[in-house]
Every structure is written in structure tokens, then in C-alpha cells.
Design a protein around this ligand. Structure first.
Ligand code: IFM
Length: 444
């Protein structure tokens, strides 16, 4: 056994998202996920986020739980339709007040809030006006950001504009498996552009509200891409897959332009970009949030739309059928540091789903999750040793929750939720993680 100690001040935390945990659906406006869940066949067993973990009513218990687990930070998202039931116009004092109280409770518990403004629950009223396909939605997002930041900016210093815009754009508008459920490449690319534009528009607003010690960033879902073989064709396929999954969002944010090779490949489907957009999108940020779960392996496939297909390598897999590949985290972080040099990085999500069950002794034994986390913490530690300015790590997730189209059938939490009673039971992995956070070190 050896001990890997992290830099002083390293922030250990957990992450969640509004629609996945809050419930309290009849105390806010409707979102596109409320609508999508009611679209027959889209979500496992027609489940919804109506109640979820009922965090909206139990947040004090959840904050106390985090404190007992020695968490230093907590990443959560704000539900836009809870603050603005119609997406614009009248602010719900009850809704905004909830986040006000949550932030206060966190600070009293010594936990730093990291606030994500958009984790996919667009107000339904705005979807009726075109949703993210409409350019106006970017301005409405900036207006919503201003309302939230004005209210919380005296206490919240860490802001994340968007969570995984790639997923919102492509799973929601090209693959049809997330809300709002469309299937159109051109639409997805335009949506991606408006998401990025709204990110850039919100940056100065958040800075102004939080003052000199504001830290503003964006969270992207990123995967290192590996070619199946060393052939020229497979390496080229990996480069294209990287363009699609990673560079399409990284390049605009850090370089102010879409990657030219992908622009050519998308041909007639490229988004409409108005002069000045790319300058807005590439405004300086203080950190990049990285959501890492697994790597991708691809091979060349000339008949495929972008010339590559995914490959499923031999290995160990989680309940999401995602390969366990810890070194991908180190490789990804080192590459981001080298190619884009963000001022700071946070792992804003990393974790795994397994088929956890409550044992007769009242405990939840999840050795695979402990092994997964331990290996990924070690991988992050190696990245730091290789010079990456990694400042913190948020495990996905604090507790089991609504896993989008999988409903409640996938458990990502380090805390088990008994959905019949909504009782929270820390899994063995939570106890392991609490010790990592307490000591700022991991034993390997
Ligand atoms: O649950 C999601 C989260 O909302 C976004 N990132 C990936 C997680 C696991 O699929």
C-alpha cells in the first residue's frame, strides 16, 4: 500500500442536477424533461422526475449528510423553470428562495457551492418558441443567469454555465434519446452553437455579480479516443471522432473557432454563425469542468456518416455498459492541459453505476465502485504530477437519482436511495470517499 496525497486545498465533492434529484415538480414550472418523460417509450417504465429524491424538501438532511462525509464542495444545478416558470418574465420568489436557502445551508456546513446554471431542464414555455434552436434562447439564458447571479452572487463564487452541451445538442436533437427528442443533425449543430453563445453571453454577467473572486467555467463531457489499431485509417478515424466528441466544443471555447476539418465534414449542416459570436464564445474562463466516465475506441468505417464506428474492447464494464478505463482520465487531462491550457481544471463528474442492493444488515456493499473511484483518483493524481492544474474532484453522484432515459434503473450514487421510503443510506463507497476527503489522500 502506498499513499497518494493531493495538493493542499484540493476540493473533494459530489455532483447532482436539479431534474435528477429535486422532485417538487408541482412547485415549479414545467421543463422539457417533464414533457419528454410523458412521451411513451422514451424513458424506462415511463418514470419521471416528479418526486426523484425529493431533495427539494429534504435538502437540509442532504447537506448534513455531505457534511458528515467531509465533503468540501458541492456541485448542483439550478432549475430554470423553478426560478422562471415561463422561462422569462415573472420570477418565482419561492423557487429562487429555495436556492438561497440551499446556498446558506451549504456555507453554514463549510461546503463550497459550485452552481451549474443549465443541466438540461429548459422551461417548456421556451421549447414552444423553438427551444435552443432559436437564437433568442441564448439571450433569455443570459437574462436568467443575471437573475440568479444577482441573488446568489454575494455567496456563490463558482459558476458553471452549462453541463455537457454536447449531450444536450446531440442526444436531444440528433439522436432523439434526450429531451426534446428531435433527430436532425443540422438542428443539433445549431443548438450546440446557441448553447455555446449563451455560455459566452453569461460570463461577464456572472463575473459582475460575484465580484473579483468569481470563477466562471463550463463543463464538457470529454473522452479520449483510441484507434482500434495503429493503421493510418483507424488513426484518422480517431481524429474525426475526437473532432466530433471533443474538439467541436473545446475549440470554440478556447480558440474562438470551430475545428476546420469538422466544419468541412458537416458540409451543409454547419450552424449559422453571426459575426461576433466566436469572440463571445471564447471569452476567457477561469476553469474547465471535465466529466469523464470512460474512453472511446473507434475504427475506420468508410460507409459510416462520419467515417468511423465505435468498438467495444474486452474489459471490465459498469452497469451503463461503459468500459472501466482509469488511465483515460490521466491521458485526457494531460492532453487538455497541453492543447488548450485552461487556467484550472476540475473533474466535475466521475463515477459509475452498479446494481447496488440493500443488504439484510442494512448496509450497501459496493466494492466495484470503491475500486473504480480509487483507480480514477490515482489517475487524477498522476495527471497532477505531470503538471495538470487540477483543483478538485466531484464524484457523480451524491445519491442515486433519475438517470434520464434509464429512469431509476441505474444507481450512480455513493449514497443509496430507497425509493419506497426515500431513506438515504451511505454505501460503503461513501465511507471510503469520506476518508479520502478527510485525509486529502488515497491509499492504493
Ligand atoms: O447522470 C448523468 C449526468 O446528468 C450528466 N453526466 C453523466 C451522468 C451519468 O450518465
Amino acid at each position: 500500500m502506498s499513499t497518494l496525497t493531493f495538493p493542499e486545498g484540493f476540493l473533494w465533492g459530489t455532483a447532482t442536477a436539479s431534474y435528477q434529484i429535486e422532485g417538487g415538480a408541482d412547485e415549479r414550472g414545467p421543463s422539457i424533461w417533464d414533457d419528454f418523460c410523458r412521451w411513451p417509450g422514451k424513458v424506462f417504465e415511463g418514470q419521471t422526475g416528479d418526486v426523484a429524491d425529493d431533495h427539494y424538501h429534504r435538502y437540509r438532511e442532504d447537506v448534513a449528510l455531505m457534511q458528515s462525509l467531509h465533503m468540501k464542495a458541492y456541485r448542483f444545478s439550478i432549475s430554470w423553470p423553478r426560478v422562471l416558470p415561463e422561462g422569462r418574465g415573472a420570477v418565482s420568489e419561492v423557487g429562487l428562495g429555495f436556492y438561497d436557502r440551499l446556498v446558506d445551508a451549504l456555507l453554514e456546513a463549510g461546503i463550497i457551492p459550485f452552481v451549474t446554471l443549465y443541466h438540461w431542464d429548459l422551461p417548456s414555455a421556451l421549447q414552444r418558441e423553438g427551444g435552443w434552436a432559436a437564437r433568442d434562447t441564448a439571450q433569455l439564458f443570459a437574462d436568467y443567469a443575471a437573475i440568479v447571479a444577482k441573488r446568489l452572487g454575494d455567496r456563490v463564487k463558482h459558476w458553471i454555465t452549462h453541463n455537457e452541451p454536447w449531450v444536450a445538442a446531440f442526444l436531444g436533437h440528433m439522436m432523439g434519446i434526450h429531451a426534446p427528442g428531435w433527430r436532425d443533425l443540422g438542428l443539433a449543430l445549431q443548438v450546440g452553437h446557441h448553447l455555446l453563445l449563451s455560455h459566452g453571453m453569461a460570463i461577464p454577467i456572472l463575473r459582475e455579480a460575484s465580484g473579483a473572486d468569481a470563477y466562471v467555467g463550463i463543463t464538457l463531457n470529454l473522452s479520449p479516443i483510441y484507434p482500434e489499431t495503429d493503421s493510418l485509417e483507424d488513426r484518422e478515424a480517431a481524429h474525426i471522432a475526437d473532432g466530433f466528441s471533443n474538439r467541436w466544443f473545446l475549440d470554440p471555447v478556447f480558440r474562438g473557432q470551430y475545428p476546420q476539418d469538422m466544419w468541412q465534414r458537416f458540409g451543409p449542416f454547419v450552424p449559422r454563425v453571426v459575426p461576433g459570436d466566436m469572440e463571445t464564445i471564447s471569452r476567457a474562463i477561469d476553469f474547465l469542468g471535465v466529466n469523464y466516465y470512460t474512453r472511446s475506441v473507434v475504427r475506420a468505417e468508410p460507409g459510416a456518416p462520419l467515417g468511423f464506428v465505435g468498438v467495444r474492447p474486452e474489459g471490465e464494464y459498469t452497469a451503463m455498459d461503459w468500459e472501466v478505463f482509469p488511465d483515460g482520465l490521466r491521458a485526457l487531462l494531460v492532453r487538455l492541459h497541453k492543447d488548450y491550457a485552461p487556467k484550472a481544471l476540475y473533474i466535475t463528474e466521475n463515477g459509475c453505476a452498479y446494481e447496488d442492493t440493500l443488504s439484510e444488515d442494512g448496509r450497501v456493499y459496493d466494492p466495484q465502485r470503491i475500486a473504480y473511484l480509487r483507480a480514477h483518483f490515482a489517475s487524477a493524481h498522476r495527471a497532477i504530477q505531470e503538471g495538470v492544474p487540477l483543483k478538485g474532484y466531484f464524484v457523480w453522484s451524491l445519491m442515486d437519482n433519475f438517470e434520464w432515459s434509464f429512469g431509476y434503473s441505474r444507481r450512480f450514487g455513493i449514497v443509496y436511495v430507497d425509493y419506497a421510503t426515500l431513506r438515504r443510506i451511505p454505501k460503503e463507497s461513501a465511507l471510503f470517499y469520506a476518508e479520502v476527503a478527510r485525509t486529502n489522500a488515497v491509499e492504493i
